[in-house]
Design a protein around this ligand. Structure first.
Ligand code: SF4
Length: 319
C-alpha cells in the first residue's frame, strides 16, 4: 500500500530573472514501511520537491503549477493550511541537516519537546514531560532527565541531531522525511545517527524518505532510490539495481564519485565535470547533455521521457 503518491508535480519559482523550473514533472510513491532514497547534487530539486507539497516554501516566489499529491488518500495540494500544519507535526515529520536552524536557541530542550506534543495532542503537561524524556532515551541520550533541561548550544552536534530526531518522532509519524540528516556531523557520528533512524523506523513501522547528495549514505538503508537532476527524475530503481546495474549516465557518474572498499582501492575517485544547469534557462533536450560522457546526436534536441526499462525507470535516449 502506498502511503504517499506524487504525480506530475511541477513547482516553479517566479523570479525577476525568469521562471526557475525547480521541480519539473516529478512522479513517485512511497510504500508503507518503505525507505526511499532521493539522491542528487545541490539544486537537483531533491529537497524542494518535498518542501513544495508540504507547503513549506514561500509563495511567491514559489508556486505549484500542477500535479497531484496524496498522503494516505488525502489531497495535500488542496488541503487548508491549518489541516496541512496539523498533518506536518503529526503524521508527517521532517528532520533537517542543521539542528541549529530548527531548534530555538532561546528555549530549553524540554520546552521545545513538550510544545511539539502539546500542540498536537490533548495530554497533560505531566504526561508530555514524561513522553519527552522517553523520546530522548529512545534516541540514546544519556541522563535524559537532566539533559532535557539543557539549551541547544549546551549539546554537541550529534546530541542536537538526536534531539531533532526525538522531536520528529514524538507524535509517532507515519512518514519521516530526513533531509541530509547527517551532513553536518562528523563521520564517526554519521553512522550512529543513520543506524538510529533505521532502527526506529523498523520499531515503529513508519515510512522514510532519506534525501542526500551522497549515494554512500543510502547504500545500506534504503529499499528504493530516485536519482534527481535539474528538477527531474533521471532514474528510479531498487537500491540493489542502482548500485549493481546503474543505467543512467548521471547515476553512473554519481557512483564513480563514491568511495567503495571493493572497487575504489588503487583507483582514482572521479568527480562529475561541469556544473548543474541554471534552471531559469535549462539546456535544450536532455538537461544532463552538457556533462554527459555518453551523449548521442539527439540528446541536445529532444527531451527524454522517464520510461520503464526492466525493473527500473530511466529518462535517457540510450534506452
Ligand atoms: Fe546522456 Fe543523452 Fe542519456 Fe541525456 S539522454 S543522459 S545526454 S545519453
Amino acid at each position: 500500500m502506498n502511503i504517499l503518491e506524487v504525480k506530475n508535480l511541477k513547482n516553479y519559482f517566479h523570479t525577476r530573472d525568469g521562471i526557475v523550473k525547480a521541480v519539473d514533472d516529478v512522479s513517485f510513491h512511497v510504500a508503507k514501511g518503505e525507505t526511499l532514497g532521493v539522491v542528487g547534487e545541490s539544486g537537483s530539486g531533491k529537497s524542494v520537491t518535498h518542501l513544495a507539497y508540504l507547503g513549506l516554501l514561500p509563495s511567491p516566489p514559489s508556486k505549484i503549477e500542477s500535479g497531484n499529491v496524496h498522503f494516505q488518500g488525502k489531497d495535500l495540494l488542496h488541503m487548508d493550511l491549518e489541516s496541512l500544519r496539523k498533518l506536518r507535526g503529526n503524521k508527517i515529520s521532517m528532520i533537517f541537516q542543521d539542528p541549529m536552524t530548527s531548534l530555538n536557541p532561546f528555549l530549553s530542550i524540554k520546552t521545545q519537546l513538550m510544545e511539539t506534543i502539546l500542540t498536537h495532542t490533548n495530554i497533560s503537561e505531566q504526561d508530555a514531560y514524561k513522553k519527552s524524556v522517553e523520546g530522548l532515551i529512545q534516541v540514546g541520550i544519556p541522563a535524559a532527565d537532566k539533559r532535557i533541561e539543557s539549551y541547544p548550544h549546551e549539546l554537541s552536534g550529534g546530541m542536537r541531531q538526536r534531539v531533532m530526531i526525538a522531536m520528529a518522532l514524538l507524535n509517532n509519524p507515519e512518514l519521516l522525511i530526513a533531509d541530509e540528516p547527517t551532513t553536518a556531523l562528523d563521520v564517526t557520528i554519521q553512522a550512529g545517527v543513520l543506524e538510529l533512524i533505521d532502527n526506529l523506523k523498523k520499531q515503529k513501522g513508519m515510512s522514510v524518505i532519506l534525501i542526500t547528495h551522497d549515494l554512500g549514505v543510502v547504500a545500506g538503508l534504503t529499499d528504493r532510490i530516485i536519482v534527481m537532476y535539474a528538477g527531474q527524475i533521471k532514474e528510479e530503481a531498487s537500491t540493489f539495481d542502482i548500485f549493481n546495474t546503474p543505467k543512467h549516465p548521471y547515476t553512473k557518474a554519481l557512483l564513480q564519485s563514491v568511495p567503495r572498499l571493493d572497487t575504489t582501492k588503487g583507483n582514482r575517485l572521479l568527480s562529475i565535470p561541469g556544473l548543474p544547469p541554471d534552471l531559469a534557462k535549462p539546456p535544450t533536450g536532455c538537461r544532463f547533455h552538457p556533462r554527459c560522457p555518453e551523449k548521442i546526436d539527439k540528446c541536445d534536441k529532444e527531451e527524454p521521457q522517464l520510461k520503464e526499462v526492466g525493473n527500473c525507470k530511466v529518462s535517457c535516449h540510450l534506452y
